[in-house]
Write a protein that binds this ligand. Structure first.
Ligand code: 6PG
Length: 245
């Protein structure tokens, strides 16, 4: 595994600032080179601070007309459900920037899970090509059990080697999720984890400094084929790392 690029920030606020700066840099780079920026957002709670900061203070630094949004995973709920990752992004970012609905590609998670996964593969093929599509930037979070996107320990999605998107039954949550797979994520040009909080510190130490055991710590599956991997951490999440920087 290539040594990861790890950046540690003193607190969640400075971490959010760093994540916004990273988003803007990536947007400028990809828009200047390719005249477009295809970015996948992650769910959960950690990205909210970055989304709100980007929307409230820095939105005029991005040419939103060139940006297309995707998601790394989604819960099996409709978009208006409080658990929806799309709904969270809509509330904290999308409703506050100048972007058209045709530039926002949510996972149709109200469909039966397998159908939602199939439809999202079509969406990705339609918008970013059907060869080896590589999103410009994929944001990922990490759970305290070491999962990322909806790649949870001991679930079937961890074994997927072909499909870009799968429906994944997560027994411990008694639910289905729709998730990008590791082979697809690893095609991205830039993969960036955003992890905050003391409760993530033990899993993060295992993932970055422990043996390779992705069944237990699925975030270890994330190893870019030719792109870059960046971990943006706050001090609390990094507190158990030997040499965090
Ligand atoms: C989801 C996410 C998931 C998330 C982690 C961390 O659908 O929940 O995509 O992978 O990033 O669970 O969540 P927190 O940011 O809430 O800790």
């Amino acid at each position: 595994m290539k040594p990861a690029n790890i950046q540690v920030y003193p607190n969640p606020q400075l971490l959010a600032e760093a994540a916004v700066k990273h988003f803007i840099e990536q947007a400028h780079l990809n828009i200047s080179v390719n005249d477009r920026f295809n970015v996948a957002l992650s769910g959960g709670s950690t990205p909210k601070a970055m989304h709100q900061l980007l929307a409230d203070k820095y939105s005029d630094l991005v040419d939103w007309s060139k940006v297309n949004f995707y998601w790394g995973d989604e819960r099996s709920v409709p978009p208006e459900h409080p658990d929806s990752n799309y709904g969270m992004a809509k509330e904290t970012l999308l409703d506050h920037i100048d972007i058209e609905p045709r530039q926002v590609h949510r996972i149709e998670a109200a469909l039966p899970p397998e159908e939602a996964a199939y439809e999202y593969i079509r969406t990705l093929r339609d918008y970013i090509g059907s060869e080896t599509p590589n999103l410009d930037l994929i944001f990922l979070g990490m759970g305290d059990d070491g999962h990322t996107a909806s790649l949870f320990p001991h679930t079937t999605a961890l074994q997927e080697t072909e499909n870009w998107v799968v429906a994944n039954q997560v027994e411990k949550l008694d639910t289905w999720r729709i998730t990008l797979t590791a082979p697809f994520i690893n095609q991205a040009t830039q993969i960036t984890f955003l992890v905050a909080g003391e409760n993530k510190a033990l899993a993060l130490k295992q993932i970055l400094e422990g043996p390779h055991q992705p069944e237990l710590y699925p975030s270890q599956l994330i190893q870019p084929v030719s792109g870059q991997l960046l971990w943006l951490l706050d001090q609390a999440a990094a507190s158990r790392l030997e040499s965090p920087e």
